[in-house]
Design a protein around this ligand. Structure first.
Ligand code: GDP
Ligand code: MG
Length: 166
């Protein structure tokens, strides 16, 4: 079993951290600064039975000019060609315009979307359910997965779930 999975999300939500953990080697630059990851970077998760090729997709953001618009179209069409999209958000930041824009874009694709709420190591367990609820309301079709890319919480469960849909 093998397939492609795209990762989208605003800068700094933890996409590169997740990729580095899953792929087991550094494939993307990690930084506190926004937009460090300039290119679509592929990392491959491999087990005995399966292989997932992850695509880091930094191109989805609100278009500012014609070139941006073109890039967004390219990013959007690449999302049609993968088996699943991981839409990553941060549990420690409130949902913003950037997240809402991506949600609107994802509504245009038929690909299954996993809403990954990252950085749960930083939130009180009691706060997690309300956070999950607000995202479920905004995007009811997505499967919601709270994880910590940094500490590894729930990452194996997410990978198992992805492998099942390949
Ligand atoms: P990207 O821009 O989406 O690729 O985000 P990065 O992977 O570069 O992460 C941005 C910052 O968030 C870095 O300082 C990471 O160490 C931190 N970070 C990523 N994942 C987690 C997590 O699960 N928990 C915590 N506490 N910090 C995280
Ligand atoms: Mg990155």
């Amino acid at each position: 079993k093998s397939g492609f999975v795209a990762i989208v999300g605003r800068p700094n939500v933890g996409k590169s951290t997740f990729l580095n953990r899953v792929v087991g080697q550094k494939v993307a630059i990690m930084s506190d600064k926004a937009q460090t990851t300039r290119n679509k970077i592929q990392g491959i998760y491999t087990t005995n039975e399966s292989q997932i090729v992850f695509l880091d997709t930094p191109g989805i953001h609100k278009p500012q000019n014609k070139l941006d618009e073109y890039m967004d179209q390219a990013a959007l069409s690449s999302l049609q060609e993968v088996e699943a999209v991981l839409f990553m958000v941060s549990a420690i930041e409130t949902r913003g315009a950037g997240d809402n824009y991506i949600i609107d874009q994802l509504k245009k694709v038929k690909t299954p979307v996993y809403l990954i709420i990252n950085k749960i190591d930083e939130v009180d367990p009691n706060q997690l359910l309300p956070i999950m609820d607000t995202y479920k309301k905004a995007y009811p079709w997505a499967e919601v997965f709270p994880i910590s890319a940094l500490k590894g919480n729930n990452v194996d469960q997410l990978l198992d779930s992805l492998v099942k849909i390949l």
